[in-house]
Structures are given as C-alpha cells and as structure tokens.
Design a protein around this ligand. Structure first.
Ligand SMILES: [Zn+2]
Length: 113
C-alpha cells in the first residue's frame, strides 16, 4: 500500500479514536431528572434500563478502541491493509468504511457464516 493511502487510513483511525475517547460517559442519563420527576419509581426503572444499555455500549466501545489501536500498530509495523487470514490486500472501500478491520470481506463472511 502506498504511503498516501496509509496516512489517510491512519487519519481515519485517529479521528475515530478521538471520537471514542472524547465521548462523555453518561450524558444520556444525567438529564432525565431535569423535568422535576426525580425519585419517581418509573423513572428509576428507566434509568436502570438505560444504565444497563449503556454498559453494553461501553463494552463494545472498549472492543473498538482496542481494534483501532491494533490497526495503528499494524500501520507503524508496515503490516496494515492485508487480510490476516488469506494475506490478500483488503479492498479500499472496505478499509474506508472499517479502517480497523483485520479481515477482507470474504474471510469475514466465512467467519460469521
Ligand atoms: Zn481474507
């Protein structure tokens, strides 16, 4: 892969990394009390459900962060853009869409099939 493209994907990864680490942790459920309904049991239940949901989202964020860091490491080691399974180059549209991917689309589909 040529250097220009590599820089571009690196930029995409860094932007995403920034987005993930800058995201406020719990803005979504700090506000429900603003309407004066604090302490209402129904509200409490909703808040619990939201907290639960948020934990799941947060977990997948951690997974994504890790994948992005791995991809950046591959860039610095000159191993970026090749599928880990078949060793063929991953297509550019796929890297544009999912720059942290380790697998080409064929291998990914085979994996999840
Ligand atoms: Zn592959």
């Amino acid at each position: 892969m040529d250097r220009g493209n590599l820089q571009r994907y690196k930029q995409l990864l860094l932007v995403k990394l920034d987005e993930l680490s800058a995201r406020p942790v719990d803005t979504a459920f700090r506000t429900p009390g603003a309407g004066g309904l604090v302490g209402d049991f129904a509200d409490q239940a909703t808040a619990d459900a939201e907290a639960e949901l948020h934990i799941q989202v947060h977990r997948s964020d951690a997974h994504l962060l890790r994948a992005i860091e791995d991809a950046l490491a591959r860039i610095s080691h000159g191993r970026y853009g090749a599928c880990e399974v078949c060793k063929l180059p991953i297509s550019k549209p796929r890297l544009e869409a999912v720059p942290w991917t380790r697998h080409c689309r064929d291998c990914k589909e085979r994996e999840s099939a």
